[in-house]
Write a protein that binds this ligand. Sequence first.
Ligand SMILES: C[S@@+](CC[C@H](N)C(=O)[O-])C[C@H]1O[C@@H](n2cnc3c(N)ncnc32)[C@H](O)[C@@H]1O
Length: 224
Amino acid sequence: MIADSRPSLLDHLAHAALVRAMTALAEAGPLLLLDATCGNGHDSLFLLSHAPPQARLLCMDVQPAALAATRRRLEAAGLAARAELRLQGHQELDTILPSCLRQTGDTEEQTAVCLGCACFNLGWLPGGDKNLVTRTENTLRALEAVLHHLAPQGCVSLHCYTGHPGGQEEAEAIRDRVASLPPRQWRVLSAADANRSSQGESLLVLERLPRRQTKASSKVQGSP
Ligand SMILES: C[S@@+](CC[C@H](N)C(=O)[O-])C[C@H]1O[C@@H](n2cnc3c(N)ncnc32)[C@H](O)[C@@H]1O
């Protein structure tokens, strides 16, 4: 829930991790970026402003007002042409992502589109209906689809809030899921207030680690 004036410290941390992934994957071919809860479009604007030139952004929300706000923000920055805005719940990502990630180019020179990063900013839309919040079941389903498709070196950020009904359960369910990811394949970091008794917001950042080389392939490449 980003205030118009100044992103929170956790938003800054999330953005830094997302930029790290976009930088690492800049040469990997056409990138797909995902804002799974685009809301007022602050994260969408950040992502596209820092994306490699060929990257495209998929923005999702269930509120028409949110998509309108995101579109306005991207248009004002001249970035709307690189975004696809969908009035659709992110729980549908398991069917949406495969079609977005189809190969591009002619048969001679096909390039796979790869999912470089995904941003989840959970809870309610600032300035909108506070009863319309992200839901645990939907968020977990969306997260599964993203985990399945994310490229090595790709990043997922999940900014969780606990101040609304269901928020605590959602944050805990996500934490439980990501804590179970295999450490040889995923780096999972967690950030939250350390000097407050109630933790109203927290951030989880996931990085898919680069594929390990087998002994045989490293020999071919001449490594020791
Ligand atoms: C905290 S806001 C997002 C703020 C946004 N990242 C920004 O930069 O302004 C959370 C958003 O999630 C949206 N949302 C709720 N359920 C959703 C779902 N199933 N799929 C996609 N978006 C959803 C809400 O409508 C709301 O706009």
